[in-house]
Design a protein around this ligand. Structure first.
Ligand SMILES: CC(=O)N[C@H]1[C@@H](OP(=O)(O)OP(=O)(O)OC[C@H]2O[C@@H](n3ccc(=O)[nH]c3=O)[C@H](O)[C@@H]2O)O[C@H](CO)[C@@H](O)[C@@H]1O
Ligand SMILES: C=C(OP(=O)(O)O)C(=O)O
Length: 427
C-alpha cells in the first residue's frame, strides 16, 4: 500500500488549484440514471470514489466516456448515458467500499420503478444509518422491504404518487436520494428540514438543467413538481469547499500564504470565519481565496452542525491546526459519534488533546514532531498530513487510499507550493 512521506517545516507559498467537489460529484453522477439522454459533467475530480461510482453506474447499464483529459490537467469531463437501465441492483461489494453508492436508490426507483441496494452498514466515523432515506421514499409512496442485508424499494405502477416528509434530523444523503426520486414522481413531493449544503444546491441546479421543477432551492423546504421525463444536460461540478478548507489549514499551520484558485468564499463562510477568528488573514480574490498566516494562531471554540454552520468534514483538519495554537481550543462533534479517530495519532506527534464524549479539548503545544502514523478515514488522514507539514522531522502517513478517495493528487498540489512531500508507491 502507498505511503506519504513528509519532511515538515516548509512554509507553503503560491497558487493551489481547487478541484471539483467530491461530495457534489457523488450526487451528480447518479442523476445520469434519470434520463435516456446524455449527461455531461465538467470539472469532475479525479478521485477513487468517482471511479468507483462510474463502475457502479456501468453495472446498471450506464455508459461513461471520458473526454480529452490530458494527464497533467486536474479534473475531467465525463459523459454518461443511461439509454436503458439494465440492472437495478447495487451489490454489497461496491456499497461497502463507497457509502455514497446508496445514492442510486432514489434515481433507480424513479426511472425503473424499483431498486435493490445493499445496506451500507457502519464505517470508521460512526453508525450512519439510512432510515431517513427510506422513510422519505416511503412518504412519497414507495414500498420498502429489507431482507438479507439488502433494501428493496419499489414504486406503484405508473410511478411515485408524491407526498411530504419532514426530516427529524438534517441528512445530506437522504435529502439527495429523496430529491432524485421526486423529480420523476406523478405528483408533488415536499421535503421539510431538508439539508441546505451547497452540494444540495448543486444537485438541484443539475436537476433543473435536466428539466426538473424544484421550489425553495437553497432553503430548508424543497418542493418538487414531478415531470414525466427529464432530458440531458451539461453541468460543471462546484469547487470542493472541504478541499479548499483543508489547504487553508495547510497555509495556516505552516505560517504560509496560499491562493486557493477556484474556491468559492460564499460556500465557505463558517470555515473562513473560524480561520479569521484564529488570527489567519482571509481575502476574497477575483479567482479564489487568499489565506495568509504570519502571527501566532489563536485557540477556538467550535461545534460542528449542518450547513451553514461549521462542517463536520473540517473538524479533523482544524483540530490539527489548533494543536499549535496559543491556548486551549474546545471542539464539539455533533454529527458523527466516532469522528475522533485521528486524536491518538496526533497525540503520537506530540499533540495534547483530551476527548470526553463528543467534546475534545486541544491544548496548544510549542511543536509537533514527525512520526509514522496511520488513519482510518479521509479527513482524519488529512489532519495527519497537516500535522506532518508543520512537524519537526519526518512523518510517514500510511493507508493513503483514504486520501485518494477525496483529495485529487494531494502530493502534487502540495509540493508545487513548497512542501517536502512524496508518495512512496509499493508498485
Ligand atoms: C458523500 C457525502 O456527501 N458525504 C457527506 C454526507 O454524508 P451523509 O449524507 O452520509 O451524512 P448525513 O447528512 O446523512 O448524516 C448526518 C447525520 O444524520 C444521521 N442519519 C443520516 C441518515 C439517516 O438515514 N439516518 C440518520 O440518522 C447520520 O448518522 C448523521 O449523524 O454528509 C455528511 C454530513 O455533512 C458529510 O460528513 C459527508 O462527507
Ligand atoms: C465522510 C466523508 O465522505 P463519505 O460520506 O463519502 O464517507 C467525507 O467526505 O468527509
Amino acid at each position: 500500500m502507498d505511503q506519504i512521506h513528509i519532511r515538515g517545516g516548509a512554509r507553503l507559498q503560491g497558487r493551489l488549484p481547487i478541484s471539483g467537489a467530491k461530495n457534489a460529484a457523488l450526487t451528480l453522477l447518479p442523476c445520469a440514471l434519470l434520463t435516456d439522454e446524455p449527461v455531461t459533467l465538467r470539472n469532475l475530480p479525479r478521485l477513487a470514489d468517482v471511479d468507483s461510482f462510474g463502475h457502479l453506474l456501468n453495472q446498471l447499464g450506464v455508459s461513461t466516456m471520458i473526454e480529452g483529459a490530458r494527464p497533467e490537467d486536474f479534473g475531467r469531463v465525463m459523459t454518461l448515458r443511461a439509454g436503458r437501465v439494465t440492472s437495478t441492483e447495487a451489490p454489497y461489494d461496491i456499497v461497502r467500499k463507497m457509502r455514497a453508492s446508496i445514492l442510486v436508490l432514489g434515481p433507480l426507483l424513479a426511472r425503473a420503478g424499483e431498486a435493490t441496494v445493499s445496506l451500507p452498514g457502519g464505517c470508521a466515523i460512526g453508525n450512519r444509518p439510512i432510515d431517513l432515506h427510506l422513510k422519505a421514499l416511503e412518504a412519497f409512496g414507495a414500498t420498502i422491504e429489507i431482507a438479507a442485508g439488502y433494501v428493496r424499494a419499489s414504486a406503484p405502477d405508473g410511478g411515485l404518487p408524491g407526498g411530504t416528509f419532514s426530516f427529524p434530523v438534517v441528512s445530506v444523503g437522504a435529502t439527495e436520494n429523496a430529491l432524485m426520486a421526486a423529480v420523476l414522481a406523478n405528483g408533488s413531493c415536499t421535503l421539510e428540514n431538508a439539508a441546505r449544503e451547497p452540494e444540495i444546491v448543486d444537485l438541484c441546479k443539475l436537476l433543473t438543467a435536466m428539466g426538473a421543477e424544484i421550489e425553495g432551492i437553497g432553503g430548508g423546504t424543497l418542493t418538487v413538481h414531478g415531470k414525466k421525463r427529464l432530458h440531458g444536460a451539461t453541468y460543471s461540478v462546484m469547487p470542493d469547499r472541504i478541499e479548499a478548507g483543508s489547504y487553508a489549514c495547510a497555509a495556516a499551520i505552516t505560517g504560509g500564504s496560499l491562493d486557493l484558485i477556484g474556491a468559492n468564499p460564499a460556500d465557505m463562510q463558517a470555515i473562513l470565519a473560524a480561520l479569521r477568528e484564529a488570527g489567519v488573514h482571509v481575502e476574497a480574490l477575483r479567482d479564489g481565496i487568499r489565506i495568509a498566516a504570519d502571527g501566532p494562531l489563536r485557540p477556538l471554540t467550535l461545534s460542528t452542525a449542518p450547513f451553514p454552520a461549521f462542517p463536520t468534514d473540517m473538524q479533523a483538519q482544524f483540530m490539527a491546526m489548533l494543536t499549535l495554537a496559543q491556548g486551549a481550543s474546545v471542539l464539539t462533534e455533533t454529527i458523527f459519534e466516532n469522528r475522533y479517530m485521528h486524536v491518538p495519532e496526533l497525540a503520537r506527534m506530540g499533540a495534547d488533546i483530551s476527548v470526553n464524549g463528543r467534546t475534545a479539548i486541544v491544548r496548544g503545544v510549542e511543536r509537533l514532531t514527525g512520526a509514522p502514523v496511520m488513519a482510518t478515514d479521509l479527513r482524519a488522514s488529512m489532519s495527519l498530513i497537516l500535522a506532518g507539514l508543520a512537524a519537526e522531522g519526518e512523518t510517514l502517513v500510511s493507508r493513503v487510499y483514504h486520501l485518494d478517495r477525496g483529495y485529487e493528487r494531494l502530493e502534487e498540489k502540495l509540493s508545487a507550493v513548497g512542501a517536502d512531500i512524496e508518495r512512496i508507491s509499493d508498485g
